[in-house]
Design a protein around this ligand. Sequence first.
Ligand code: HEC
Ligand code: HEC
Length: 325
Amino acid sequence: MKPDSMRGMKLVMALCALVGLVTVAVTLAFGRASVPAPRTAAATSPGGPGATEEYGKRLIAQTSEYLGPDVPNASMRSMDSRLACASCHIGAGLEPGNLSLATAFTRYPRISPRSGGNETIQDRINGCMMRSMNGRALAEDSPEMVAMVAYLRFLSSQDAETGAAQKKAHEPAAFKTPNRAAHLKNGEQVFSQRCAACHGAEGAGLAAARDLIHGFVFPPLWGPNSFNDGAGMHRVLTAAKFVKARMPLGNPDLNDDQAFDVAAYLNSRPRPHKEGLEQDFPDRAKKPIDTGYGPYADPFSVEQHTFGPFAPIEAFYKNAQKPAK
Ligand code: HEC
Ligand code: HEC
């Protein structure tokens, strides 16, 4: 095929998928009876003018336009990936169910197993900045951090008013871990049949425009523009749960085996590395069993922690919790 007609085809494909996306977006925007207009946080916040809920929502929906590696103002460049927060937190966190941000604000501060310390909502956002976005922490009093926190606070107050959390997410039954190691070959096949049309045969995604500052219509699943190996999405069970609930976008119909294998396949592809991961989870017994880097409080290999089988690891920790006789 000539490069030109190739590009034409891609455009048609993207448009078809976009129609689906727009439907989802419209449903999200108008599905809720009376969404109050965003209030501004500027008057009370140290971030000053501009640190509004509205700005927070734009930061989460179009992150690369404000914090990405291509923004003209070098001091604003806070990440090396070109994802948006909304690449994973669908509908800017409004979509109920898997990775919804509707009630995130109410869960902090709390003890974080990953850092072993008390974690504020700002710390949690910076966790995703440093791992999911392969970037750097934002200052707590920066307009961007204040705005994102204001937006999350707004989402949770709206949720409390409308009981939106009780709204059932329209998604498949919860993911159940198959009792076997993942099959990368099978995962590769699922990928090429069900994912590559949008995310690209090389998983590199489809950019929204020639200028990468505008981010991606279909985000990269691996490679330099994607999340790093310290991200939650780099854990196979976390990714499998997300994929089963959400992908293919608009038509999530994979079974547990397919979701497990394709998540493992994504995990096996190259992506940026985060330094210092061995310091995560100072209490090793609290490390999620699908963390693909040591050290561990158990005798299982990195390989098994990455691709399973997970049942023996689960059993090990269950037994360890039983009081000694
Ligand atoms: C690559 C996918 C991905 C991207 C991109 C991403 N996140 Fe996350 N985020 C996750 C995952 C996965 C979790 C759950 C953490 C876990 O299970 O370890 C999470 C958790 C969170 C939480 C805590 C939610 C709760 O209810 O406790 C917040 C807040 C959050 N993310 C905000 C953000 C913000 C803000 C951005 C953009 C700066 C962002 N995330 C980008 C994957 C992502
Ligand atoms: C119809 C197009 C489409 C198909 C097919 C599709 N996705 Fe996605 N996927 C998206 C879009 C778009 C997003 C970002 C969410 C948004 O913008 O609302 C996304 C986000 C993701 C993310 C999180 C962000 C990132 O870049 O890592 C993962 C992981 C993912 N998809 C995996 C898959 C897998 C696995 C499959 C195949 C089973 C698949 N997708 C099929 C469109 C698609």
